[in-house]
Design a protein around this ligand. Structure first.
Ligand code: N01
Length: 533
């Protein structure tokens, strides 16, 4: 039987755009892409909420595979806003001429493996079906919003907004009583942006976060030129560092220096802003609890300095998890927002939200009326996107059943029993601990090498061996259990933010350089962890 396409790519974000380019233009295969949205951009298409911005520096949070893309694009801000990143991805899609390979407004609704003909049948929301030998799932790690535990969301009579599917229009909050639920990266960005422009803003906080200054600013022409000329060195350096950012290496230990020197180092990186506070201060922050506490208490002191009301300041100081064990957050004027007379902070750890009502929000202690409610309550990360539609592998087994007790796979990329399927940004990879565009490129290059090897060997399938899957899953879980991350169960890193989701390791916490090295060795060894039949 003839198969319609060599490769189907699901998603047109950073991963999907590069995957089409890689498989179509570099491997010369026929490729069909599907994208649920009305345009390319992935997460940067959907997350249009006020204040949406990338907290990784733009010059690093961008493609590295193309000399032309690197030299021609000029970032105007150190940390680009949503619109500029979307512009970049649209521009890159045009440069690579990949738009023509995508069907937009078309959601994949199921993937079914056909054992006899060794292909995937891909069903889509327009009622069509096609077949493909290989599938690259590029659906992102955080494209499925978490539905909060409280009831009544659909009963609210005012304006209800989910940050992850913000309408494509200006929303005016002037003169309105607004609620924001959630104080993760997204909530913090929304709150600081809209706070001055509301009649009244109520922030519902369950867990305070350690937010470090972002340090944003314009990029001048000279810096833009330097970035364009030095991109190879920058990207090369990035790939050798934990986090894939070319920042100064940290001093070995926060505990090996006296308190004055420690504060001097923290002050220095606080001034720089962004991830440097984690990457370039002390190397033991994420392995030693006492060292971690020195950073945590430094941040708490800065919060207390910036929030006028001492009771509010204490509520904003994190006390239930170690710094960095939940995804670090960044801010510009977040803490100042709480000193505005019309901004209130409601602690919903002591009095949880019970329901959204037709007029507002009810906690176990009080009811509040609002004109607009913004839900910044996070995502069902990693496995959520992969499980939004049924995937049926060998012997009619579903991926949902295979992962019933938690994800298992090889290198985050292939699941035994699901041949010819590659999950970019899937669970058990280093995604979330690193600068996504770089690791995404490396994952796609790995998948492309594996596909090319399949074809050159005259094989029909490539699939993780059960042994390789078992060994990788065990390694990821062992690293997790030994790490400080295991001490913070309530996080999207561990499935702990979603009721009923299996808890444990969803991320390889040993860092991107090691992950990359393991991928390179696997490929150089002739893909010992994969079977080709
Ligand atoms: O989601 P989150 P996010 N009642 O899960 C609260 C990336 N990102 O969208 O912590 C009350 O971090 C929840 O409280 P708690 C980035 O990787 C990147 O903010 O569970 N509150 C928490 O405060 C980031 O980490 C950028 O106690 C409830 C919040 O909702 C990831 O996306 C920008 C609740 C969810 O925070 C996710 O961030 C934005 C309930 N029932 C996001 N349920 C960049 O700059 C949940 N919450 C690149």
């Amino acid at each position: 039987m003839t198969v319609d396409h060599d490769v189907v790519v699901i998603g047109a974000g950073f991963s999907g755009l590069y995957a089409v380019h890689k498989f179509r233009d570099q491997l010369g295969l026929s490729v069909q892409g599907f994208e649920a949205a009305g345009g390319v951009g992935g997460t940067w298409w959907f997350n249009r909420y006020p204040g949406a911005r990338c907290d990784t520096e733009s010059v690093h949070y961008s493609y590295s595979f193309s000399d032309e893309l690197q030299r021609e694009w000029r970032w105007t801000e150190k940390y680009a806003g949503q619109q500029e990143i979307l512009d970049y991805l649209e521009w890159a899609a045009d440069k690579l001429d990949v738009r023509r390979s995508f069907r937009l407004d078309t959601r994949v609704t199921s993937l079914t493996w056909d054992e006899v003909s060794a292909h995937w049948t891909v069903a889509t929301s327009d009622g069509a079906e096609c077949t493909a030998r290989f599938v690259i799932s590029a659906v992102g790690a955080m494209s499925v919003p978490k539905r909060p535990e409280f009831t009544g969301i659909d009963s609210f009579a005012g304006e209800l907004y989910w940050t992850s599917s913000w309408p494509d229009r200006q929303v005016d909050f002037a003169g309105k009583r607004v609620a924001v639920v959630g104080t993760g990266s997204t909530g913090i960005q929304v709150i600081q942006e809209i706070a001055p422009n509301t009649r009244h803003l109520t922030v519902f906080q369950r867990t305070p976060n350690y937010a470090v200054p972002l340090g944003n600013g314009p990029v001048d022409a000279e810096q833009q030129r330097w970035n364009a000329e030095n991109w190879k060195e920058l990207r090369g350096d990035s790939r050798e560092r934990v986090g894939d950012l070319p920042y100064d290496r940290p001093a070995p230990s926060a505990l090996a220096v006296d308190p004055e020197e420690r504060t001097r180092v923290y002050d220095r990186e606080w001034q720089h802003g962004g991830f440097r506070f984690l990457t370039s201060t002390f190397g033991d922050l994420m392995v030693n609890e006492t060292a971690n506490e020195t950073a945590a208490s430094y941040i708490r002191d800065r919060i207390r300095e910036r929030v006028h009301d001492p009771v509010t300041a204490e509520l904003l100081c994190p006390d239930d998890h170690l710094y960095g064990t939940k995804r670090p957050t960044f801010e510009t004027s977040y803490y100042e927002a709480f000193s505005l007379a019309h901004v209130d902070l409601v602690d919903v750890r002591s009095a949880p939200i019970e329901a959204i009502t037709p007029t507002g929000i009810r906690t176990t202690q009080a009811s509040y009326d609002f004109d607009a409610i913004i839900l910044a309550t996070g995502f069902d990360a990693f496995t959520g996107p992969a499980l939004t539609f049924p995937t049926t592998g060998r012997d009619g087994v579903s991926l949902r059943d295979t992962w019933a007790d938690g994800p298992a796979n090889y290198l985050g990329l292939q699941v035994a029993g699901y041949p010819n399927l590659f999950t970019i940004s899937g669970p058990l990879s280093v995604v979330s601990q690193t600068n996504s565009p770089l690791i995404i490129e490396d994952q796609i290059d790995f998948a492309a090498d594996a596909v090319q090897t399949t074809l050159s060997r005259g094989a029909r399938t490539v699939e993780a061996t059960p042994e390789a899957e078992k060994a990788w899953t065990r390694l990821v879980n062992d690293v997790y259990r030994m790490s400080l991350f295991a001490k913070t169960e309530k996080s999207w890193y561990t499935g702990g933010n979603i009721e009923g989701k299996p808890k444990g390791a969803y991320v390889f916490f040993a860092g991107s350089p090691l992950y990359r090295q393991i991928m390179v060795q696997a490929a150089e060894s002739g893909f010992a962890g994969l079977s080709f039949d």
